[in-house]
Design a protein around this ligand. Structure first.
Ligand code: FES
Length: 60
């Protein structure tokens, strides 16, 4: 699913970056550009990172 319409960044892209250590919207933006242009996707990126945080994964 595309999260950022401007860059075509998908939830899979973000998950892959999350696994590689990207732990903030700024880190995702640095890697993909998502959230830098018009930024309505930024909230979704933050929520996605929160849902896939290592602490959440450990609790599941
Ligand atoms: S939709 Fe992500 S920067 Fe525009």
């Amino acid at each position: 699913m595309i999260i950022c319409q401007c860059t075509g960044t998908t939830d899979r892209d973000i998950a892959r970056l999350r696994e590689a250590g990207a732990d903030s919207a700024a880190a995702i933006a640095a890697a993909t550009g998502a959230g830098r242009n018009c930024a309505p996707c930024r909230r979704e990126i933050v929520d996605l990172l929160a849902r896939t945080s290592p602490a959440k994964q450990a609790a599941a």
